[in-house]
Unconditional design. Structure first.
Length: 170
C-alpha cells in the first residue's frame, strides 16, 4: 500500500494538533509512529504523554525557539542533523507514519533546503505515510503533496492578549 504525503499549513492554530491526532489514531490501530519536531526544543505538553504510548516515538530537533531572532549556526546544525536522521527513518520503513512537525518553518528560515527535504521524501519506503506541518509551506511542497490542509485563522483569543493555554484550564 502506498503511503501519502500530507501537508498541514496556514496561519491558523491546529496543525500540530491535527498531526498528533492522526498519530494517536495510527498508534491505536497498531501502527508505529515517529514524530520529529523541528525548531522546537522547549517543553510542550505532548512531551508528557506521547512517550508513554508504546507505538509512538517523539524526538525534538531544535534548541529552543528562535522565531523572534535569527537562527544560530547551532540551530542550523541541529535541524540538518534532524533532517538527516528523519531521512534515514523515512527510508527504513520501520514506521508506518512519520510526522515532520514544523518542517515548513525550518524551510522558511533556511535551516536546510527544500531539495534536501524533497530527496528524503522521494527516498522514503513506499508504504510510509508522511505528515509535514508548519506555516509557510512552499508551493513546491504543496505541489508534491497528496493532501494539503490550510488552517486559516478567523478569530483567536491570542489577538486579545491571552497567553498560551493547554485548552483545559480550570
Amino acid at each position: 500500500m502506498r503511503g501519502y504525503i500530507h501537508v498541514y499549513t496556514g496561519n491558523g492554530k491546529g496543525k500540530t494538533t491535527a498531526a498528533l491526532g492522526l498519530s494517536l489514531r495510527a498508534a491505536a490501530a497498531g501502527k508505529k509512529v515517529y514524530i520529529g519536531q523541528f525548531v522546537k526544543g522547549m517543553h510542550y505538553s505532548e512531551l508528557d504523554l506521547l512517550p508513554s504510548i508504546a507505538n509512538i516515538t517523539l524526538k525534538q530537533y531544535g534548541r529552543g525557539c528562535f522565531i523572534y531572532t535569527d537562527p544560530t549556526e547551532e540551530d542550523i546544525a541541529a535541524a540538518r542533523a534532524g533532517l538527516s536522521e528523519m531521512a534515514r527513518i523515512l527510508n527504513s520503513g520501520e514506521y508506518d507514519l512519520v510526522v515532520l512537525d514544523e518542517v515548513n518553518i525550518a524551510l522558511y528560515y533556511g535551516l536546510f533546503s527544500f531539495e534536501d527535504l524533497k530527496a528524503a521524501l522521494l527516498q522514503r519506503a513506499e508504504q510510509v505515510e508522511v505528515v509535514l506541518t508548519g506555516r509557510y509551506a512552499p508551493q513546491e511542497l504543496i505541489d508534491m503533496a497528496d493532501l494539503v490542509t490550510e488552517m486559516r485563522e478567523i478569530k483567536h483569543y491570542y489577538t486579545m492578549g491571552v497567553e498560551a493555554r493547554t485548552g483545559i484550564e480550570k
